[in-house]
Design a protein around this ligand. Structure first.
Ligand code: PLP
Length: 396
């Protein structure tokens, strides 16, 4: 057979600028390529494999379920789906869950629910949603329209109507944007694709108060921040505030395609029979695996180590900052960490890969680290050594 990278270029739409490596196997925080070369993974499939690659208990649950029942559709009840919903609601603010297949789909459900809730309650014309500049909510037409980044919109106009973008972290900007057409505010508790941007203390609780004052639903997109990434099961737990709607995906399946929209009973009442649907959402196969993932990721002992290791990692990155003038800022929470550079970071991602470490660059100048949550301090030290070498090479 011809080389995989050549066949990929010939046969798969070129929507990704892929790095030149073909992975064949993963275990924990490590991946191996076709030639048997080992890599240290500080990306986890973009905040997905939080339990590490090929987690034995998840793999076992998945294999057992594959041999038992894979799919019957949502016209029937299945045990794994209902058990997962019961656990998600027990462990969160939410009363109801809608299962989807990705983050974008979970956000589509949230957008539709907000519009429908407002229509049922207030009648026509109240369908605008305020979202943030530099946000990212997905690539379907509605979710790219909700995304506050022009490069994501380009070429797909006309966009879905009714999204207003305001500065992240500015309550004044939200207050000024509210009109009699507004039905909801949608925000990532920490912006991921936008460059690992943290909320100012008090911003999210005050945003909730503003929403309550104007009878707007508050939607937290926790697709990237959720499932233990920041050291609590959901990032908003550290902010002392709960939303009306939350979306999850990515690490919920540790690599299996699953998304979920969670809502309070009050908000969820607008989703009546036939209001929304998906053939694959919440199949027994993915929900059995996600149930196992949730059980492991919600353990307080694991979540505590995420905060500890995140603290250690950030301290080691700050040491690097003191030696490398091109590091402008180190910021993050738990194991969602960004390193803002004064120069574009793509070359450094490539240089790390050549040295056997996988990292990512987002928003042009932010090196982003999203390792599996089981990463250890020796692996963090090894990455710091590699970064030190790479930054030396690239320093002006
Ligand atoms: N929301 C956030 C915050 C994300 O980071 C992403 C993906 O990066 C999405 C939504 C879209 O998720 P998906 O790629 O699964 O559609």
């Amino acid at each position: 057979m011809e080389d995989i990278q050549t066949i990929c270029q010939q046969t798969i739409c070129s929507t990704y600028a892929r790095l030149p490596v073909v992975f064949v196997r993963g275990e924990g925080c490590r991946l191996w390529d076709e030639a048997g070369r080992e890599y240290l993974d500080f990306l986890a499939g973009i905040a997905v494999c939080n339990l590490g690659h090929s987690h034995p208990e998840v793999a076992e649950t998945l294999c057992a379920q594959a041999k038992t029942l894979v799919h019957v559709s949502n016209l029937f009840f299945t045990q794994p789906q209902v058990k997962l919903a019961a656990e998600l609601t027990r462990l969160s603010f939410a009363d109801k869950v809608f299962f989807a297949n990705s983050g974008a789909e979970a956000n589509e459900a949230a957008i539709k629910l907000a519009r429908k809730y407002s229509k049922d309650r207030h009648g026509d014309g109240r369908f605008h949603i305020i979202t943030m500049r530099d946000s990212f909510h997905g690539r379907t037409l509605a979710t790219l329209s909700a995304t506050g980044q022009e490069k994501v919109h380009k070429g797909f106009e006309p966009l879905v109507e009714g999204f207003t973008f305001v500065e992240f972290n500015s309550l004044e900007a939200v207050a000024a944007a509210i009109t009699d057409k507004t039905c909801a505010v949608m925000v990532e508790p920490i912006q991921g694709e936008g460059g690992v941007n943290l909320p100012k203390p008090g911003y999210l609780p005050e945003l909730k108060a503003l929403c309550q004052k104007h009878d707007l639903l508050l939607i937290f997109d926790e697709v990237q921040t959720g499932m233990g990434r920041t050291g609590t099961l959901f990032a908003h737990e550290q902010e002392g505030v709960t939303p009306d709607i939350m979306t999850l995906a990515k690490a919920l399946g540790n690599g299996l395609p699953i998304g979920a929209m969670l809502a309070t009973d009050e908000a969820a009442q607008a989703f009546t029979a036939g209001a929304h649907a998906t053939t694959f959402g919440g199949t027994p196969l993915v929900t059995a695996a996600a149930g196992q993932v949730l059980q492991l990721l919600s353990q307080p002992s694991l979540l505590a180590t995420v905060q500890e290791k995140g603290g250690y990692f950030m301290q080691r990155l700050r040491e690097l900052q003191s030696r490398h003038a091109i590091i402008q800022e180190v910021r993050g929470r738990g194991l969602m960490i960004g390193l803002e550079l004064t120069v574009p970071g793509t070359k450094m991602v490539e240089a790390c890969l050549r040295r056997g470490a996988i990292i990512n660059c987002t928003h042009d100048t932010v090196l982003r680290f999203l390792p599996p949550l089981i990463v250890d301090n020796d692996q963090i030290d090894r990455l710091i050594e590699i970064l030190d070498e790479v930054l030396k090479e690239d320093s002006p």
